[in-house]
Design a protein around this ligand. Structure first.
Ligand SMILES: Cc1cc2nc3c(=O)[nH]c(=O)nc-3n(C[C@H](O)[C@H](O)[C@H](O)COP(=O)(O)OP(=O)(O)OC[C@H]3O[C@@H](n4cnc5c(N)ncnc54)[C@H](O)[C@@H]3O)c2cc1C
Length: 307
């Protein structure tokens, strides 16, 4: 690792590695700094990525790291703890080292804050799931539960009914009176059973979910539980740089143009650090687009600065 790069990419998931691949192939001196905690690490398989459907997430990233190395991109496993903007960007790593970059790609992803119900964290990515597009096919027709944490969970209960006709909606933290007439009508039309009462825990047997236990002691046999984690976008560095942010029901994300450029000149945001709904294939596509634009932008900046 030297001190001066054309581009530093913070985060080495699908979004960051994809940006780095384009930049490396465009002969840009690029460094990826990655803390090594990709969001889908709890899942054994990555689904829905055309040509890579079912590949283990760790294998996908290992291939990506190999590919960027072919083009001279450097990767260091560490966490970026600070960034400052002057003539260029000064990036500080957790081990105290500093590197400088003309452009910055923030690809730091988001973290899932799971509902505080015993058993949920241990089973997440196995039979406690959040995303039917990621896992729905694999658990189709099984006995589903959906844990309500806000009224937005109604949407999740309706969506998962596309994958199983046996869905029980546990109201947990939502009062029955919070459901609108439209909610109740749609839940009934989808054949979703609504069960009021707080969920106290999960019944696990032989390393499999067997049921959902309510605080009143009753147990409902279920094979899969869908939950809605609170999304915590990893946007601290963007906020530090003064990037304009916008509130969404799924957290606060930077305002970006179609290439991922934030309101801070020279700083791009891609993947889940830019938006909640970026799946792996979208994250990779966003990284690619940003990488290509950064290369062009650097080229024309330098040409225009040439006397
Ligand atoms: C259980 C689960 C299963 C999923 N299954 C699928 C699926 O089957 N198909 C699908 O398309 N999507 C799936 N997803 C969604 C998928 O995880 C995201 O779409 C994808 O990870 C987004 O890629 P990313 O590059 O934006 O972020 P990430 O993959 O999360 O990568 C971000 C990287 O940045 C690093 N980082 C963060 N902060 C810093 C810092 N300050 N300094 C240095 N590095 C930092 C992190 O450690 C991480 O390595 C799943 C998600 C979960 C939770």
């Amino acid at each position: 690792m030297t001190e001066q790069y054309e581009v530093v990419v913070v985060g080495g998931g699908a979004a960051g590695l994809s940006a780095a691949l384009v930049l490396g192939r465009a002969r840009r001196r690029t460094l990826v700094i990655d803390a090594g905690e990709p969001r889908n690490a709890p899942a054994a398989h990555m689904q829905g990525y055309l040509s890579r459907d079912g590949m283990p997430p760790a294998e996908f990233l290992a291939v990506g790291r190999e590919e960027i190395a072919r083009y001279g991109v450097e990767l260091v496993q560490d966490r970026v703890v600070d960034v400052e903007r002057g003539d260029d960007f000064t990036v500080t790593l957790a081990d105290g080292r500093h590197v400088h970059a003309r452009r910055l790609v923030v690809a730091t992803g988001l973290e899932d804050e799971l509902p505080n119900v015993p058993g949920v964290a241990e089973r997440f990515g196995k039979d406690v799931l959040h995303c039917p597009y990621c896992h729905g096919w694999e658990v189709r027709d099984q006995a589903f539960g959906v844990l309500a944490t806000t009224v937005l969970s109604v949407h999740q209960a309706l969506m998962v009914s596309q994958w199983s006709k046996d869905v029980t909606f546990f109201l947990h933290e939502v009062a029955e009176s919070d459901l609108s007439d439209d909610d109740l009508r749609r839940l009934a039309a989808a054949g979703v059973k609504v069960v009021p009462g707080e969920v106290a825990g999960l019944a696990i047997e032989d390393d499999r979910l067997k049921g959902v236990r309510l605080a009143d002691g009753t147990e409902h046999a279920r094979e899969v539980l869908f939950v809605a984690p609170r999304a915590v976008p990893q946007t601290g560095l963007l906020e530090k740089l003064g990037a304009e942010m916008q509130e969404t029901p799924f957290g606060s994300y930077p305002t970006v143009d179609p290439t991922g450029l934030t309101s801070v000149p020279g700083v791009w945001a891609v993947g889940n650090a830019m938006g909640f709904s970026e799946q792996v294939i979208n994250a990779a596509a966003g990284g690619y687009r940003a990488g290509a634009f950064i290369n062009g932008e650097l080229l024309f900046t330098d040409l225009d600065d040439t006397p």
